[in-house]
Design a protein around this ligand. Structure first.
Ligand SMILES: [Zn+2]
Length: 409
């Protein structure tokens, strides 16, 4: 439809509304002016929406009107214009065992973990450990009965990872230690601060609350967030972009940072290195699962507001699909595994997964059952807890996490 015709339609609509109003005496005095105003706004809305629809169809109109031959080629019959078909057709190199056999599942776990650790994440768990973690200590303090140690831990690229340890003052003996991984925060906010300070956020000050409950906790700032993000440095979307450009991915960088934090954490005098756990919310829950899948030093895992889907990683092909966050993407993921596989590498270790009844990211209804089956095959059916907390949204569930770690660490 041409622009002139669209304007004419809007004008006819405007006149029609006025014609409807005038004979009934509705257009007189102040209420009448209001009617005219409302009519004008309605016509404007019609005009704008028609023009918007026109711009979406303009490419097709141009082709079919002027280049009929090319237009007939534009149907993509049998093609894969978005590339999502290719992704969906990929076959996992490490398919889950088809049998409920413990040895088969343990063998599958070993092979997939080894591949992820060595080829995908290139995580060097046998590399040199800091022999004097105190050298990275910046400051020590205390508040509300908690000892606080602030660290700046060197990352692989020389960047410094801000990390805060909290533990009850004068615990007397080494405590079970929990790495706490924050999730997304807006530019200018700090996930580390939201975990260790008594401030309101969906992270629920979880590291602080777990320390008050008797654990040693260590929280890191993720790349591209808080002290490692705007306004001083690029945000995590840019970090993720650069990581892919360089042949890596965001979670690979984050997992290497977490490994360095854990190497330091387990050597602190406040921590019992034989009793280490990991917890996180949202992206932090994802990183907690991915990390623990690779590193068996982690004895118990609590992930919050994360997971709930099984099967292949879905590509996107809707014309109006939102731009995804590349922070979640593992290159060639479907060529390696399925969505639930990192969770299955946690079995049979004690694992807790909690989500709110109002969680915005849907559960496919299969997730809990598929995980439970593997914990059962591996002989620890009671050590998996996947639960929905009614009337809650996307957040860290501190009280059940505290109960879980009290029981399992
Ligand atoms: Zn992200």
């Amino acid at each position: 439809m041409k622009l002139a015709a669209t304007i004419a339609l809007a004008a006819v609509l405007f006149v029609a509304i006025l014609a409807y109003c005038f004979p009934r005496g509705r257009v007189s005095g102040r209420p009448g002016v209001l009617y005219i105003l409302v009519a004008a706004i309605a016509c404007e809305a019609v005009l704008v929406s028609i023009l918007a629809a026109q711009s979406a169809t303009r490419v097709r109109d141009l082709l079919t009107d002027d280049y009929a031959g090319i237009g007939s080629l534009a149907g993509h019959a049998g093609g894969d214009p978005s590339g999502s078909g290719f992704v969906a057709a990929q076959v996992a190199a490490f398919p889950q065992p088809a049998v409920s056999d413990e040895a088969a599942w343990r063998s599958w776990q070993r092979r997939l973990r080894s591949h992820l650790k060595n080829e995908v994440y290139e995580l060097d768990l046998d590399g040199p450990r800091p022999n004097a973690p105190g050298q990275f200590l910046q400051r020590t303090g205390s508040d509300a009965g908690l000892l606080r140690k602030e660290f700046a831990i060197p990352a692989a690229d020389g960047d410094l990872i801000p990390a805060v340890m909290l533990a009850p003052v004068d615990a007397g003996s080494p405590l079970p230690g929990i790495l706490v991984i924050p999730g997304h925060v807006k530019d200018g906010r700090s996930g580390l601060a939201q975990m260790v300070l008594p401030v309101r956020s969906y992270q629920q000050s979880a590291a602080r609350e777990l320390a008050l409950a008797g654990f040693a906790t260590l929280t890191v700032e993720l790349r591209g967030f808080g002290m490692r993000g705007p306004p001083d440095f690029a945000n995590h979307l840019i970090v993720a972009y650069n990581a892919i450009l360089g042949g890596g991915f965001y979670k690979k960088l984050a997992v290497d940072d977490i490994r360095r934090a854990l190497d330091l954490f387990e050597q602190l005098p406040e921590v019992d290195a034989a009793r280490l756990g990991i917890a996180g919310v949202s992206l932090g829950g994802e990183l907690a699962v991915e990390y623990a899948a690779l590193d068996e030093r982690i004895k118990a895992i609590s992930f919050h507001s994360h997971g709930g889907r099984t099967g292949p990683f879905a590509g996107r092909d809707a014309p109006d699909a939102a731009q995804p966050h590349y922070c979640h993407v593992i290159p060639d993921a479907n060529g390696i595994m399925r969505k639930e596989d990192p969770f299955l590498l946690l079995a049979p270790r004690p694992t807790q997964g909690l989500r709110g009844g109002h969680e915005p990211f849907p559960d496919d209804g299969l997730f809990a059952g598929e995980l439970q089956a593997v914990w059962t095959i591996l002989g620890a059916p009671a050590d998996l807890q996947i639960e929905t907390i009614p009337n809650q949204g996307h957040l860290f569930f501190v009280e059940p996490a505290t109960r879980f770690f009290k029981e399992h660490l």
